[in-house]
Write a protein that binds this ligand. Structure first.
Ligand code: MF3
Ligand code: CO
Ligand code: CO
Length: 294
């Protein structure tokens, strides 16, 4: 439905707010314009890391469940309903719902949408790529993850972009070790992406996550050295969420105040994990468990 004559996405119709049962605890920012600035630490005790893992696994399992429903003819609003219901059934709050006014329980970012797409009556078509970004809040902490899916079969170019974006996150995670600088993460992503001539989005970054959805710690996905020289520490928890494009890294924002597209409408893909820094590397907190019930 909402596509222009060039096949580019246009804003669609956003459905009404979905209900969250009263017994599910809301993050502090719900019902307010913005979150209270976070003054806590990005370094967590093991007990808190296990809570973030539980929230993170729920987010990852919700993404998988949504992914199983992705097919031509399905709307992004229907996918939002599936993700919402999964989290609610697991006593988790969908962190994006009411975050700075975001109206939905997940971000659905199709084709040239880099991130923060709002689920609406957009109908998926074979050959689209769609990122599903879900954050779950439970037991006082958030876990944040995203995956790009292919609808049916996509072009070789689109398929390669998706696979190489997934690989860029893998490489970034391998670069993490205590004592290294934050900027090693973006260096790993950018050096890999450059081989293929891909754009590396700079203005949307990874972030500290846990007690806050976005703690204030920023993790660039490009080589920011000598900036971002802060050393990684055991127990630090943050996301890495590279966005790569077939064209420019420059972007536009829709009038909805959220949807971010590539300026040249080139295709873009993203993957995200929440992780904790360990003695030896990383502990990924957003692996989907084999089977999690709704
Ligand atoms: N989950 C996104 C991230 O990875 C943030 C979405 S905020 C929203 O940081 F308001 F756009 F939903
Ligand atoms: Co994130
Ligand atoms: Co996210």
């Amino acid at each position: 439905m909402p596509r222009d004559s060039n096949g580019h996405l246009t804003p669609g119709r956003i459905s009404g707010l979905r209900a969250v049962p009263k017994h599910i605890v809301r993050p502090e920012y719900v019902g307010k314009q913005a979150p209270t600035p976070f003054t806590g630490s990005d370094v967590y005790e093991q007990e808190a890391i296990e809570r973030i893992r539980h929230a993170g696994e729920l987010a990852a399992a919700a993404i998988q469940t949504v992914g199983e429903a992705i097919a031509p003819g399905v709307t992004t609003d229907e996918l939002d309903g599936i993700g919402h219901d999964f989290l609610i059934a697991n006593d988790a709050y969908p962190s994006t719902l009411g975050y700075r006014g975001f109206p939905k329980s997940l971000c659905s970012s199709v084709n040239e949408v880099i991130c923060h797409g709002i689920p609406d009556d957009t109908v998926l078509e074979a050959g689209d790529i769609i990122n599903i970004d879900i954050t779950a809040f439970k037991n006082g902490v958030h876990g944040d993850s995203n995956v790009t899916f292919i609808v049916g079969e996509a072009s070789d170019e689109a398929t390669a972009l998706v696979e190489r974006t997934r690989e860029s996150l893998r490489r970034a995670m391998k670069a993490v070790a205590p004592g290294r600088q934050v900027n090693v993460i973006g260096r790993a992503i950018e050096s890999y992406a450059k081989r293929f001539g891909y754009g590396v989005v700079r203005d949307f970054t990874g972030h500290g996550v846990g007690e806050a959805f976005h703690s204030g710690l920023v993790i660039p996905h490009y080589d920011a050295a000598p900036a971002f020289a802060q050393p990684l520490e055991v127990g630090m928890v943050f996301t890495i969420e590279p966005m790569l494009t077939l064209g420019t890294h420059e972007w536009d924002q829709w009038a909805d105040g959220w949807t971010i597209t590539t300026k040249d409408k080139s295709l873009t893909a993203q993957f995200e994990h929440t992780l904790a820094v360990t003695e030896h590397g990383v502990d990924v907190l957003t692996w989907a468990p084999e089977r999690m019930s709704a």
